[in-house]
Design a binder for this molecule. Structure first.
Ligand SMILES: Cc1ncc(COP(=O)(O)O)c(C=O)c1O
Length: 450
């Protein structure tokens, strides 16, 4: 009897194993059916990885680009007033292409800055952050095989956005023209011949980012004219990502490429309330440009996001209305933010130099690239396994020193990642006390190595 039960158990076991194998086979075929569609590469994201690292090791986080201080009070109180307002409609859906009060405020502002009358309802689209403005632009203007020229290093979403729309990214790196002395973002330039050689009949457009993340470059009039002439010659678009438009340090001057002769017609310019008002969590952005080009974005937007958060748009609109009243005055946030950031930039450049790095002083934005190669002997690069040295450096520094930066090779195409391996990106839109802490930690660590 015992044997019979034993045999039966064995038979049942076999049956169970068979069933399980069948299930595994059918499970894997079911799973492959649900793989990420081929238009999306299942690549690891530097943000997911480094936010995870920050949560685990709790370093001083100079990695991600957001302020750790309060937004202007008139902007945050505008939101508080809006959500508790007597008008119930301010908490309901609003116009899909942009809340009327916000498109009107943006229309007033950019009409003034561009010195042309923008049609607020037709030439401006409000989006879920500048991110969605980029997405709607690239989805709405890319046919399979269209080429987009991308300047390296680049804000990392440009490439997956181009490729998932069926486009082809063509890269051109900014190169440092200087290796000694104080480096400025103005020393990072593109090679004109190389730029010229990328334009051809398949070129749909070029993505420009000025002021630039992560280098901080503010493109000069001469550079913009060169790009504009090529865009006109090849009948190409310019997507101008200007989310850091108000963070520019004298003597640099932000020039909107849309204001150059015959360029408005072929330019889509992108902005961000998150960056403008130091409220990155609000995720409201916009794109503006001529009606025919904007229609493509609207088609994508209405089939995806459809409409953005009403109270946030109302509050951003109130923020702009207030700043328009203050425009040109000391207390206008468009100017005061850059004034506030300037000493932070200089403080960071100094402590990075004191520690032995070679920073590039940015003309705009709130990031700083620094070359850490001279610290190589003090860092346990061998303790980390990543392919690129900047990943190993930033991970080791996070775990062992307690200061986190971002590896800039994440902002290059595979073939050019080696160009960024000796660099790290830090963010300086942080409270003075936190920058001071980062400086102290780095200096103490460095002193121990001497
Ligand atoms: C160059 C650049 N473009 C666009 C964005 C996205 O902006 P938003 O937060 O408004 O989506 C960022 C955010 O860091 C950025 O650095």
């Amino acid at each position: 009897m015992m044997i019979a039960i034993g045999k039966l158990t064995h038979a049942i076991r076999l049956q169970l194993i068979n069933n399980q194998c069948r299930r595994v086979t059918s499970f894997s075929s079911v799973m492959s059916k649900f793989d990420v569609p081929s238009r999306y590469k299942d690549e690891k994201s530097v943000w997911v990885e480094y936010i995870g690292l920050a949560l685990e090791y709790k370093p001083l986080n100079l990695g991600q680009g957001f302020p750790d201080f309060h937004a202007p009070e008139h902007v945050t109180t505008a939101l508080a007033k809006t959500v508790t307002s007597e008008n119930p409609l301010l908490n309901q859906y609003t116009r899909g292409f942009g809340h009327p009060r916000l498109v009107n405020a943006l229309g007033k502002l950019y009409s003034k800055l561009l010195n042309r009358n923008l049609d607020a309802n037709n030439e401006i689209l409000v989006t879920a952050g500048a991110y969605e403005a980029l997405f709607s632009t690239l989805q709405g203007h890319t046919n399979p095989g269209d080429e987009w020229i991308i300047i390296e290093p680049f804000f990392d979403c440009y490439v997956p956005m181009v490729e998932s729309a069926g486009g082809i990214a063509r890269f051109i790196p900014l190169k440092l023209t200087k290796s000694e002395g104080v480096l400025s973002s103005a020393d990072w330039v593109f090679d004109k011949k190389e730029m010229e050689s990328l334009f051809n009949d398949k070129t749909k457009g070029i993505i420009l980012n000025t002021p630039h993340n992560p280098v901080g470059k503010v493109f000069t009039l001469e550079e913009l004219e060169f790009i504009a002439d090529l865009a006109k010659k090849w009948n190409a678009l310019v997507v101008s990502d200007e989310v850091y438009e108000w963070m520019v340090y004298e003597p640099a001057r932000h020039i909107r490429i849309a204001t150059l002769p015959d360029m408005y017609e072929r330019t889509i310019t992108i902005g961000s309330a998150g960056k403008t008002f130091s409220v990155t969590g609000w995720k409201i952005g916009w794109a503006y440009g001529p009606v025919n080009l904007m229609n493509n974005l609207k088609v994508v937007h209405q089939n995806c996001v459809y409409t953005c958060a009403t109270p946030i748009q109302e509050a951003v609109a109130m923020g702009f209305e207030e700043e328009l009243k203050r425009y040109g005055q000391e207390n206008c946030y468009f100017q005061s933010l850059a004034r506030e950031l300037l000493p932070k930039r200089d403080y960071m450049a100094k402590f990075l130099s004191d520690v032995g790095m070679s920073p590039t002083v940015p003309e705009g934005g709130y990031f700083m690239i620094a070359d850490w190669k001279s610290l190589e002997n003090y860092v346990g690069l061998g303790d980390e396994v990543d392919k690129y040295r900047d990943y190993r450096f930033t991970k080791w520094m996070t775990k062992n020193v307690g200061v986190q930066g971002i590896p800039p090779s994440a902002f290059y195409s595979e073939g050019h990642k080696h160009l960024a391996e000796d660099n790290v990106r830090y963010c300086f839109i942080k409270k003075d006390e936190n920058l001071q802490k980062a400086a102290d930690v780095l200096m103490k660590w460095r002193a121990k190595q001497a």
